[in-house]
Ligand binder design. Sequence first.
Ligand SMILES: Nc1ncnc2c1ncn2[C@@H]1O[C@H](COP(=O)(O)OP(=O)(O)OP(=O)(O)O)[C@@H](O)[C@H]1O
Length: 341
Amino acid sequence: MAPSLEEPEAVADVIANPLKQKPQLVAPEPEHCPGPESERAGTASSCEGCPNQAICASAPKGPDPDIPIITARLENVKHKILVLSGKGGVGKSTFTNLLAHAFSTNPDSTVGVMDADITGPSTAKMLGVEDETIHVSATGMSPVWVTENLAVMSIQFMLPDRDAAIIWRGPKKNGLIKQFLKDVEWGELDFLLVDTPPGTSDEHLSVNSFLKESGIDGAVVVTTPQEVALLDVRKEIDFCRKAGIRILGLAENMSAFVCPNCKGESQIFRASTGGGRALAEEMGIPFLGSVPLDPRIRMACDYGESFFDSFPDSPACVAFKQVVRNVGRQLGLDEESVLPE
Ligand SMILES: Nc1ncnc2c1ncn2[C@@H]1O[C@H](COP(=O)(O)OP(=O)(O)OP(=O)(O)O)[C@@H](O)[C@H]1O
């Protein structure tokens, strides 16, 4: 069946109103918002004066009935990994895609990528499938298959115009994330990688709450060596700890730049306080490795090609393979199954 956005009502409905059964909140929540599904929603002292108070007070309370459905949908997903960063632009989506390509080098592994960066989706482009649309059947939405064993789901596939801005408040974004977990036919996956927006926002909270029951294996946290990125990544680590998400490790990206002409090394994002390794040590989390700047990574991302397959012997790819092996080690997997030679 030819994919079409107009055709499947379910998809159009997702775009139009992903929280059909949920209250449509009209403004950002107050600072100590108990959450629209909390028993105290609309009645807590922090709800006083919130324009959503009446909606929240009358909304259904108690455990989310969709959580068991998500758990059942993902029962054949072996490892769920979040890719997080404190600061934007440090290479989180790049790492998600490199990890996806790396894990899928094992023909016996099947990898899924879910783009939870709803307002800034870049995964589909980086994987070279941004012009695809999704198929919808009675049993759910099919992800887009990049290769035989690598699938991706992104809001990008649902947009009538790929340049369209997605201007959504938290509840609507959360609704779509839920659809990605509940209604996508992920099938049997060895790895589900979740690319998230920078920081600690609605998307992180919803991914965490929707996956809590089925279990998140852990988070790969990405930073650059510069101080402003490290400052933000501390908050991300704190978020993981507060949310009970295991940190598989911290990876440093754009660590150095080796000039392809003179071979001289420059520290573009100079680490004035020891960079990712020192931070990982200080915070007591594993350090997964450092990946240098390589303009071919940027090119591969822009052209939707696999840097991993195109430049396997480049210093950046060799460094990245070390990160992949370390992630595998943290998951207790044997090296050959994670990254066959
Ligand atoms: N090691 C690297 N060498 C060269 N370019 C890189 C490297 N890592 C990432 N890039 C490039 O940096 C840019 C930002 O990367 P990316 O989009 O992955 O960051 P992000 O943290 O996901 O950003 P966002 O905040 O938008 O989610 C991209 O153009 C990507 O191709």
